[in-house]
Design a protein around this ligand. Structure first.
Ligand SMILES: Cc1cc2nc3c(=O)[nH]c(=O)nc-3n(C[C@H](O)[C@H](O)[C@H](O)COP(=O)(O)OP(=O)(O)OC[C@H]3O[C@@H](n4cnc5c(N)ncnc54)[C@H](O)[C@@H]3O)c2cc1C
Length: 238
């Protein structure tokens, strides 16, 4: 039984694009119908495989943005400059197209309803995507675990979700916090105190995740309660 479930997750399936939704001037959500999808937990991702007519094939991982919802999956893609797959997904893919995918992948970076612990989410850019699945799952299930989110993003136009943001390059007029990277004082002021022993999830570009996780440990969070997911390089200078 367990073996069949694992084999199911590792098998490639075909999903059909049923809708595309622009989230920001650049980021796009792809809504997929995947017949026989086995379900997922908030925080898991899929592997996508693209194959060209000449047989060239490449794979990338994308977090699932939606709460579990039958055969439906939402993926939110932020294109990276010169990105082979992300530019295809955001600029070329259209409704009715089919995509090969497998999953759900990952059993560590997940949040499941029912745990009483407070949850502290720390996102950098598109690292918000799996954390949105956690927020959506909480809303859908009526779970009452208290959530807090710190969201680091380049500028107001790049915001995927309306929350208090830490803008790194350009802060909106009247902002009480100047543009800049997250720091220990923000993590202390906006997050849960380490005394509450929150479950901490940090997701984003590798440099962001490493810096945030180090600061969280420095301000007293238990390293055993910090889960991280790295999306790749930071994609830009400091
Ligand atoms: C577990 C996991 C989940 C992920 N979930 C998401 C998601 O939900 N949404 C999403 O948009 N992306 C997500 N990613 C990143 C995604 O897998 C790809 O790395 C990203 O889309 C770039 O692929 P590409 O083919 O377009 O770029 P490539 O052609 O592979 O690279 C082009 C250039 O971009 C740089 N680059 C590659 N990856 C990144 C990155 N993540 N950030 C900045 N620069 C990069 C490369 O160094 C290179 O210079 C996830 C990654 C992982 C490991």
């Amino acid at each position: 039984m367990a073996r069949a479930a694992v084999l199911g997750r590792l098998s490639w399936r075909v999903g059909t694009v049923v809708a595309l939704r622009d989230e920001t001037p650049t980021a796009r959500t792809i809504v997929l119908d995947v017949p026989g999808w086995p379900g997922h937990a908030a925080g898991q991702h899929v592997d996508l495989r693209l194959t060209a007519p000449d047989g060239y094939s490449t794979q990338r991982s994308y977090s699932i943005a939606s709460a579990p919802d039958g055969d439906r999956l939402d993926l939110t893609i932020e294109p990276v400059p010169d990105g082979e797959v992300s530019l295809y997904l955001t600029e070329v893919l259209t409704s009715g197209d089919q995509l090969e995918l497998r999953g759900p992948v990952g059993g560590w970076f997940v949040w499941r309803p029912g745990a009483a612990d407070p949850v502290f989410l720390v996102a950098g850019g598109s690292g918000l995507v799996p954390l949105m699945a956690m927020i959506r799952t909480r809303g859908l299930t009526g779970d009452e675990a208290p959530f807090r989110l710190i969201y680091s993003v380049r500028d107001p136009a790049s915001v995927l979700l309306g929350v208090t943001c830490a803008f790194t390059r350009a802060a909106p007029p009247g902002s009480t916090r100047p543009a800049g990277r997250i720091d220990a004082s923000l993590l202390t002021a906006a997050g849960w105190s380490p005394d509450r022993r929150p479950a901490v999830f940090v997701c984003g570009p590798t440099g962001f995740v490493e810096a945030a996780a180090n600061m969280l440990v420095d301000i007293g969070h238990d390293p055993q309660r910090i889960k991280t997911e790295r999306f790749g390089t930071s994609g830009g200078p400091p």
